[in-house]
Design a protein around this ligand. Structure first.
Ligand code: SF4
Length: 493
């Protein structure tokens, strides 16, 4: 184990928070836990690292790598073993002290912990496990924790860590096994899917045991992920894990299956997520979204994150990104992802082999609607919820408001406007009481021109042509000189 003795905690923090910035899979949504009176902190149901929650609050997680040392050589990664970069590693205690100190100063509401691979996946994950166990059991930290699982980690460690985190994620990295082989030769699809399947099945059995239904369909325990028997997680090999489980760490209090360790009850309560790099390889949007759909349907993932490829290495296997990372493409994928998760769309409705990429000028729902004008206009006073959701300009909240409000009144366009429906988009696709707002011809060219004139609300970074930048803790104006002293104290603790 190589943990730098001489490096200050502040320097480590600078290196390891900067090294974590390319990991985008860090939302804290999905778990709502009040402070329990005995621990410190609470976790809130919605919020995204370094961005705004659905209720308008900016919430943040301490987002760090445990180490940026790595024995792997993924071609797209700044921390790959062949790069000559300054390396640093935290100790488990340093991770705890930093989390607690930043939490007490109100800088963070939780921890997002990822890592390079030091010595081996198991070695690194054991250190991470020690950090999380101390944080929960010794420091009584009750805030949100999102932890990455390193592919190739022993299932016993994945099992143990899951009791101490709210969310876990295993990065898929690239959409296909062949791309993975080319750009991340030390990783395999099997090693990535195996812990994903393990976490899924374990969550299901834990939820079943506790009588919790988390809103997604439960997948049979018999499900297998490939025809390759070695990557299946069956009841048999899960049972054989049990002995190992008892040996994993004599401080864990791990007990056999279907019972939680003492003091723990939920296994990965906020579910799991994953991340794919977009634009490093030549898969189409159709291919990428088909993979996402499979992950949602068969692995019960809460989120798939898309990370526009940023070229940080001078490697001939990587595409040049002279015009910047493909942020607009990333944005379209997120919009389509939303349609899959909340709007009842299937990817085959949006794209196909002949039309494999999203329209850069129009969002995926407008694009779909224009290709299906025969399904419009929709009568807002009669259409069911899912039909309303397919109308451009009507989102989940608006569709709910419409279905509620029309129980007591017949709606007209003024009511829709008051409900926040984006009429400049919806107006081409709806009627109120059998009438359109204006006499409009349902003509694809005409509506396309009109919709193009409505400005697409793009994320700030795309609008302003700003490439990815994550705030550093040291950029924060509220970071006081005293805080630097605090870091020195942790260093000497
Ligand atoms: S495993 Fe690959 S992606 Fe992860 S830190 Fe190492 S080189 Fe980077």
């Amino acid at each position: 184990m190589v943990i730098q003795e001489g490096m200050s905690i502040q320097r480590k923090l600078e290196i390891l928070s900067d090294a974590a910035k390319f990991d985008v899979a860090c939302t804290s949504s999905g778990v709502d836990r009040k402070g329990n009176g005995s621990g410190i902190g609470n976790s809130l149901a919605c919020g995204i690292c370094h961005t705004f929650s659905a209720d308008g609050r900016c919430i943040s997680l301490l987002k760090i790598l445990f180490t940026n040392e790595c024995i792997f050589d993924c071609k797209y990664c700044i921390n790959r073993s062949s790069n000559d970069v300054v390396r640093a590693s935290f100790t488990p205690r340093e991770v705890c002290e930093l989390t607690m100190e930043f939490y007490r100063r109100n800088y963070i509401e939780g921890l997002f912990l990822s890592s390079g691979i030091m010595v081996s996946p198991n070695h690194t994950m054991e250190l991470i496990f020690d950090a999380l166990r101390m944080l929960r059991d010794e420091y009584h930290f009750n805030g949100y924790i999102h932890c990455k699982a390193i592919p190739g980690t022993d299932p016993v460690l994945v099992e143990a860590i899951g009791w101490y985190t709210d969310r876990m994620s295993v990065n898929l990295e690239l959409p296909t096994a062949s791309s993975l082989k080319r750009l991340a030769p030390h990783k395999s699809r099997k090693n990535i899917l195996k812990p994903m399947r393990q976490i899924q099945l374990r969550r299901e059995s834990n939820n079943e045991y506790l009588g919790i239904y988390d809103g997604r369909r439960h997948v049979s325990n018999q499900i297998t992920m490939t025809n390759d028997k070695s990557s299946e997680i069956t009841n048999d090999n899960r049972n054989s894990d049990r002995d190992l489980l008892l040996r994993v760490n004599n401080t864990t209090n791990i007990v056999p299956y279907n019972k939680a360790p003492i003091g723990k009850s939920r296994y990965v309560p906020a579910g799991q997520s994953t991340q794919m790099i977009i634009g490093a390889t030549d898969e189409s949007d159709y291919h990428i979204m088909s993979v996402s759909e499979t992950l949602y349907d068969n692995f019960d993932l809460k989120r798939v994150f898309y990370s526009a490829f940023v070229n940080v290495n001078d490697d001939s296997n990587l595409p040049s990104t002279v015009s910047g990372p493909p942020l607009l493409r990333e944005h379209r994928l997120y919009q389509a992802d939303w349609l899959l998760r909340f709007y009842g769309f299937k990817i085959a409705e949006l794209l196909n082999e002949k039309n494999p990429n999203f329209n850069v000028l129009l969002d995926p729902k407008c694009d779909w609607a224009l290709r299906h004008l025969d399904e419009f206009p929709v009568e807002v006073n009669k259409a069911d919820y899912y039909t309303l959701l397919r109308v451009p300009g009507i989102g989940v909240n608006s569709a709910r408001r419409i279905t509620t409000a029309r129980k007591s009144a017949i709606l007209d366009f003024k009511d829709l406007k008051a409900m926040g429906i984006v009429l400049k988009r919806a107006v081409y696709f709806i009627t109120c009481n059998g009438r359109m707002m204006y006499p409009i011809k349902l003509d694809e060219d005409f509506i396309t021109r009109e919709l193009l004139a409505v400005k697409d609300r793009l994320p700030f970074g795309i609008e302003k042509d700003i490439t990815y930048k994550q705030l550093s803790l040291f950029d924060d104006v509220s970071f006081q000189p005293d805080d630097r002293l605090m870091l020195q104290e942790i260093s000497h603790a």
